[in-house]
Write a protein that binds this ligand. Structure first.
Ligand SMILES: [Zn+2]
Length: 160
């Protein structure tokens, strides 16, 4: 029996403003469409220039296409994209952020919002990946952090 609530989750890095969005689609809603594809529209209206991203996902959870559009323009830009499984640390209990005295550990906990990869955190804090992994290991043993594996979707303009 196939689970009817199977879902596909991606963290998308907006190629225009670099904001991250979480996209979740259920297999059942993709299958409900005649072409077995689901298009997700994300609109970033509060940035300059306002823009939207259109992502098409098939019933197997594969990305079929990504397009971007600047809202006041007509043309739609196809993007090339890559999908990679990445580790996203997530703080288990936000109280842990307050009670943590070590400033480095505190910053890691603050950035462990499910939208920052280990590399993102290292970059943000201007430290090595190794230092972040080490501290995350400690925080994990203290029961403050959990690690989730999520597909990370990044894209860039197709160069001609
Ligand atoms: Zn954006």
């Amino acid at each position: 029996m196939r689970s009817s609530n199977q879902r596909y989750t991606f963290i998308l890095l907006c190629p225009i403003c670099y904001r991250k969005e979480k996209i979740t689609v259920y297999r059942s809603e993709i299958e409900a469409n005649e072409d077995k594809l689901k298009t997700v529209l994300i609109v970033h209206r509060d940035v300059n220039p306002p823009h939207e991203i259109k992502i098409t996902i098939d019933q197997n959870g594969n990305i079929r296409s990504i397009h971007t559009k600047i809202l006041d323009r007509l043309e739609v830009t196809p993007m090339k994209y890559s999908v990679a499984l990445k580790i996203f640390p997530i703080v288990i209990n936000s109280e842990a952020i307050k009670s943590t005295k070590d400033p480095f550990a505190k910053r890691i906990l603050e950035l462990s919002d499910g939208f920052h990869t280990i590399d993102d955190i290292a970059k943000e804090l201007n430290v090595t990946r190794y230092e972040v992994i080490n501290k995350i290991g400690e925080l994990r043993r203290e029961g403050k952090i959990d690690l989730t594996y999520t597909l990370y979707l990044s894209s860039e303009e197709v160069s001609l």
